[in-house]
Design a protein around this ligand. Structure first.
Ligand code: SAM
Length: 283
């Protein structure tokens, strides 16, 4: 697994675009694209603005890592942060630059680069925010060291990671989707749909190998072409974020496709998004 394949994936599959249709359909009207994207995002993930409200961004020098379409970037700036952004892909950086220009929002820096080599000085930021990104970085050891380096000693890291103890992981991914694939596998089914892509992956790797959770998980969080993903519980957070201590954690977002579970009041126990607040430890 190298960073080039991860960059290539995210550059050609900008985060969340499949949910509302390609931005390239909106070339003459990106304003409409961003508006539609944000409406969709904050309707289906209405907890995000509430979580952002509780962070206290006002006047804080904030680095956001992994920007996607820049929806949260805009929200963070509107909440008064002195914002800088970093993303691995030119596509995301261009979109966020365009979004912030269209909306005339101020920011300090916007860089294309990697969390593995953060292009900012030591002890620059009060807050590092990263939503849905660090679970896609195989070398998390190095990423957390880099985040520790650029945070001030009293700073805070706020991350959203995929939750292992979630309905999505335990029921949908580990059980239902694997069972579905076994049932479809013998049928000679081929097409360009999500099912066709999973079947193609299974044919290439061999069904038994593909169904092993250490392989299957990568292709079941952000689509069947996604190169790398990991799920977390707090023990795994403590192991991977050695230079931090956990100060607060909570789960949000009932999401377990193909099950329509959004209405279930179980997000705090079985939600898919694990939000964790961490403080740097010295040394
Ligand atoms: C799943 S999207 C999340 C985007 C956004 N935070 C959101 O919640 O919609 C992952 C983003 O992280 C970026 N990314 C992946 N690996 C990265 C790395 N090593 N350094 C910086 N950005 C990275 C991708 O280019 C992509 O824009």
């Amino acid at each position: 697994m190298n960073e080039t394949s991860i960059r290539t994936f995210w550059n050609s599959h900008p985060c969340g675009e499949d949910l509302i249709g390609s931005a390239h359909r909106y070339t003459s009207n990106y304003e409409a694209f961003f508006r539609r994207y944000d409406e969709y995002r904050y309707r289906t993930e209405a907890h995000i603005p509430q979580c952002l409200d509780a962070i206290g961004f006002k006047g804080q020098r904030t680095l956001e890592i992994g920007l996607g379409q820049g929806a949260d970037s805009e929200q963070i700036i509107r909440r008064g942060a002195i914002w800088s952004g970093l993303d691995l892909t030119p596509e995301s950086v261009e979109r966020v630059r365009l979004r912030l220009a269209l909306r005339q929002l101020p920011f300090e820096a916007l860089e294309q680069g990697s969390a593995l080599a953060i292009p900012f000085n030591d002890r620059t930021f009060d807050i590092v925010y990263s939503h849905g990104v660090l679970h896609h970085i195989p070398d998390i050891e190095r990423a957390q060291e880099e985040i520790h380096r650029v945070l001030k000693p009293q700073g805070e890291l706020v991350v959203m990671l995929y939750a292992k103890w979630s309905l999505n992981y335990l029921l949908s991914i580990a059980l239902l989707r694997r069972l579905g694939l076994i049932l479809l596998y013998g049928g000679g089914y081929t097409d360009d749909s999500i099912y066709g892509r999973h079947l193609e992956n299974a044919r290439q790797m061999g069904l038994a190998q593909y169904l092993r959770m250490k392989n299957f998980i990568h292709r079941n969080t952000d689509g069947p072409l996604n190169p790398y993903a990991k799920v977390y519980d707090l023990a795994q957070v403590r192991q991977d974020f050695r230079k931090f201590k956990v100060v607060r954690a909570y789960k949000r977002f009932m999401h377990a496709p193909p099950l329509p579970v959004g209405w279930l009041p179980l997000q705090r126990a079985l939600g898919w998004h694990l939000w964790v607040h961490l403080r740097p430890v010295s040394g």
